[in-house]
Design a protein around this ligand. Structure first.
Ligand code: NAD
Length: 360
């Protein structure tokens, strides 16, 4: 039976890069003998143009009825696009927050992987890079400081602001379980990052992660304080496999890890809920500055599609084949403009998709 995939091309370069990801998925389906059935959905600016809102309830229902969502990126140029003259809740990005909430996507996965061929883009020195690195930042997405009660007030003429960082043990347990499950599909190591020397929420985080670890004796657990982790990411990134952390720490550390790889057009991401369902998208935005020019790098979206096969459809072999095809194409010296370097062959979006699909 065909796997039902909702596809949201989105805005800017979104439709171009999603088309290439579907092309590569189709090549993997043909090779490994599975079927995918795509349902195209509108979100962001594309939905505003047709429906007047960035995300309709019907679109949410259709996304829910699928096994996974593959998304390009949404949004336009905030200075020139008419979408940004609308009220904030009607702008393209509101659709993104709404769909994450509606689908209960509490676990965000952002891999940071350094390709041998793209070492020149990495801002770290050669002796630090060593053999390269391959980590997964697992960030809690629906709790913590960004969702706690907040207030700004004036007391005795002095302005005051309060944000609260709240986690309950169930919120911690469900993301910890995901973290250990993901580690099992990788090198079997979880580093849980917190600030347990200061914060109560971190002490609870650490205690619950320890409890969950008992069910995963095959996975090695370590703990690290967030300030140390920020240093270790640039001192010795190869030590990490899965980094498991709360919302704000993950927000900051995942951007740091992305920068360490040096190539935004290469970075995939996934957001998962309690079931196998997930939303897969590149880490970058809709790049309106290069939309419809045929020069966008589709690799982040193609790698997001590979994650979809691995984490939502359990098609690990096909996911591995896509990742290997991406490595092969880079090894052969093909590059889109954003990752171009001397002596390589510059290709456009469609050609990059063709090359990867042919090597799956
Ligand atoms: P961006 O990531 O779209 O672009 C930053 C720079 O990187 C640009 O110069 C762009 O040309 C380049 N770039 C990005 N992806 C590329 C690719 N695949 N190939 C080659 N070059 C690439 O970030 P931005 O300019 O800050 O945001 C543009 C729009 O995207 C905004 O509307 C923003 O809200 C939206 N956005 C959406 C998402 C999402 O859909 N999840 C995420 C981030 C930003």
């Amino acid at each position: 039976m065909a796997h039902k995939i909702a596809v949201i091309p989105g805005d800017g370069i979104g439709p171009e890069i999603v088309a290439e990801a579907c092309k590569v998925l189709d090549a993997a389906a043909a090779k490994f003998g599975f079927e995918l059935e795509y349902t195209k959905l509108l979100m962001g600016g594309a939905s505003i143009d047709v429906n007047g809102v960035p995300l309709t309830d019907e679109t949410i229902a259709q996304a829910k009825a699928s096994e996974a969502v593959l998304m390009g990126s949404i949004g336009g140029d905030a200075n020139t696009s008419s979408w940004y003259k609308l009220e904030p809740q009607l702008r393209p990005e509101a659709g993104l927050l709404k769909i994450r909430k509606a689908l209960n996507l509490f676990a965000n996965l952002r891999p940071a992987y350094l390709y041998e061929e793209l070492k020149a883009a990495c801002p770290l020195r050669d002796e630090i890079i060593g053999e390269g690195f391959d980590m997964m930042i697992m960030r809690e997405l629906t709790g913590g400081l960004y969702f706690g009660a907040r207030e700004t007030s004036i007391e005795n003429g002095i302005r005051k602001a309060v944000d609260t960082l709240v986690y309950n043990e169930e919120e911690i347990r469900r993301i910890a379980v995901k973290g250990f499950e993901i580690a099992r599909k990788r090198r079997g190591k979880v580093c849980s990052v917190d600030k347990a020397n200061v914060l109560d929420s971190s002490r609870l985080w650490r205690a619950v992660v320890e409890e969950v670890a008992k069910d995963y004796p095959d996975v090695e657990l370590s703990h690290m304080l967030v300030d140390n982790c920020a240093m270790q990411l640039v001192r010795d990134p190869a030590q990490f496999d899965v980094i498991l952390t709360e919302n704000m720490f993950g927000d900051i550390l995942s951007d740091e890890a992305s920068m360490v790889t040096g190539s935004i057009g290469m970075l995939s991401s996934a957001s998962l809920n309690e079931t196998k369902f997930g939303l897969y998208e590149p880490s970058h935005g809709s790049a309106p500055d290069i939309a419809e020019k045929g020069i966008a790098n589709p690799i982040a979206t193609i790698l997001s599609a590979a994650m979809m096969l691995r984490y939502s459809l359990d098609l690990d072999e096909a996911a591995n084949a896509i990742e290997a095809a991406v490595r092969q194409v880079l090894k052969e010296g093909y590059r889109t403009g954003d990752i171009m370097s001397e002596g390589c062959t510059r290709v456009g979006t469609v050609q990059m998709g063709d090359l990867i699909a042919a090597r799956v």
